[in-house]
Design a protein around this ligand. Structure first.
Ligand code: TYD
Ligand code: MG
Length: 460
């Protein structure tokens, strides 16, 4: 591959990398200036200087300036994997030449999912599964346990990048899974496998191969809290698509979320359930994140959030309790902590309800993470409901952004959210005034459209 390896090696010097974000420093320090993480800097070799070769991720075989409209439209036909929830997060399927990074905690089901995808793809696309973590026996055992429709999948147990690339050049598969990127190493670097420099160099070479050959590559990366191995975050900028596996501790549901996608929408969710027979797709996850109390309970409010292109019903829970310490606690799980503090201030100023001597714990049921402002109003109503000890009716959904002036601001796709809630039997809704459904929309539910926070409180 690279000829001038030895000459480069001599010129290379030691640098320090942050294992969290990958920033490079000439000197060690206790805290990373870029991401603020403590004790994440490790010593490594500086990456070899690029000499006249394309930067990772760039494909520019022609150096002539062209007009955008004259650039030949490449055939970007997507190849569906056969797992529709995975296809959803990928934006419709696999794009030839794309490099996809799948991150997640160890044991969450990354290898299982990809093995299932390979089996589903086999026959339509030449595939290869490269395992660096497990032996071929282990992979074969898992495949049998999964009851895969096909067991004639090509597999390779190898960790040296040069050998893997040689195999790829010889066998020319259209879809390759590398499990995991942290076990790979290239001969051109002295650093240990799993170090930031190895991770980056291996990925850069694989990206170059993918772009040149049109082979789609999936890199599996373990998220590491802290420790010797660098996490997948340092590779995010080099690849086309980044998917993260999330789950609630103890829950069998697994959520795959697209956090970056050059070929599709981000924040798209795929939902799976881990079963004895591997990961099963949950194609209608809408009501998965509700805890279905027998009786309405204080502190629980159902909201409709949008994740990617679909609405999901989720339950926001808040516990308000008299604080024992002088400094009351504000804890938010699955929601943004700063936003919680801000909303409580709005509740105080615009509704006259002070929680300054109360601990406030907020949680989204089922390990779901809400990143949109539509959860503001349900969060406040749940807090108030817990504080007063009075339940919100359990056939009611709430959504809306709360502004600092106490106004309830509209959210996107309001009608679609209401339709979803009505579909699941909800009979009442509190929504922003601007999201009042049009007359033409037939909804079997009572909708209270409110312009301000104090008016919203009148309805519960
Ligand atoms: P795995 O795919 O090996 O995780 P990763 O590659 O992300 O580290 O998944 C391992 C977990 O999945 C393990 O804890 C057992 C569980 N599992 C099942 O529950 N059912 C199954 O059919 C399989 C194959 C695994
Ligand atoms: Mg694995």
């Amino acid at each position: 591959m690279e000829k001038s390896v030895t000459s480069r090696k001599a010129a290379r010097k030691t640098v320090f990398f942050c294992q969290n974000c990958g920033t490079e420093y000439p000197k060690w320090s206790g805290q990373c200036g870029e991401c603020g993480a403590w004790n994440t800097l490790v010593e490594g070799m500086a990456a070899p200087k690029a000499r006249g070769r394309a930067a990772p991720g760039l494909v520019a075989p022609s150096s002539a300036v062209q007009r955008l409209d004259q650039v030949a439209e490449e055939d970007t036909a997507r190849i569906p994997t056969g797992l529709s929830e995975l296809d959803r997060v990928l934006g419709g399927g696999i794009v030839p030449g794309a490099v996809i990074l799948i991150g997640g905690d160890p044991g969450i089901g990354k290898s299982t999912l990809l093995l299932q995808a390979l089996a589903a793809l086999e026959g339509r696309l030449d595939t290869l599964y490269v395992t660096g973590e497990e032996s071929l026996t282990q992979v074969s055992l898992r495949a049998r346990r999964l009851g895969l429709p096909r067991l004639d999948l090509p597999v390779l147990a190898e960790t040296m990048l040069e050998t893997i690339l040689d195999t790829l050049v010889r066998t020319k598969p259209g879809f390759v899974v590398l499990d995991s990127i942290q076990t790979l190493y290239t001969d051109t670097l002295e650093a240990a496998p799993g170090s930031v420099s190895q991770l980056r160099e291996c990925t850069a070479q694989l990206v170059r191969y993918a772009k040149a050959s049109g082979c789609a590559i999936v890199l599996v990366g373990h998220v590491t809290k802290e420790g010797a191995i660098a996490g997948p975050r340092v590779l995010e900028h080099m690849v086309d698509t980044v998917l993260y596996f999330e789950h609630d501790v103890g829950s069998r549901y697994r959520i795959v979320r697209a956090v970056k996608n050059r070929f599709g929408a981000v924040n798209e969710l795929g939902v799976f359930a881990m079963t004895d027979g591997g990961l099963r797709e949950v194609s209608n996850p809408s009501a998965l994140f509700l805890s279905r109390h027998e009786q309405p309970v204080p502190g629980s409010v159902i909201t409709v959030t949008r994740q990617g292109s679909r609405p999901l019903l989720v339950e926001v829970q808040v516990l308000v309790d008299a604080s024992q310490a002088g400094n009351p606690r504000r804890v938010a799980l699955g929601l943004e902590g700063n936003r919680l503090a801000m909303l409580l201030a709005v509740l105080h100023r615009h509704a006259g309800i002070a929680l300054s001597d109360q601990d406030v714990f907020a949680n989204v049921v089922g390990g779901m993470r809400i990143q949109e402002t539509a959860a503001d109003l349900p969060l406040l109503l749940a807090a108030l409901s817990s504080f007063r000890g009075r339940p919100v009716p359990h056939d009611m959904v709430v959504f809306g952004e709360v502004g600092l002036a106490g106004e309830i601001r509209p959210v996107q796709n309001g009608e679609e959210r209401l339709v979803e809630a009505a579909k699941h039997g909800f009979k009442r809704a509190i929504v922003p005034e601007a999201n009042r459904p049009r007359r033409t929309v037939k909804l079997d539910m009572e909708v209270f459209a409110v312009p301000r926070l104090d008016q919203a409180l009148l309805h519960i």
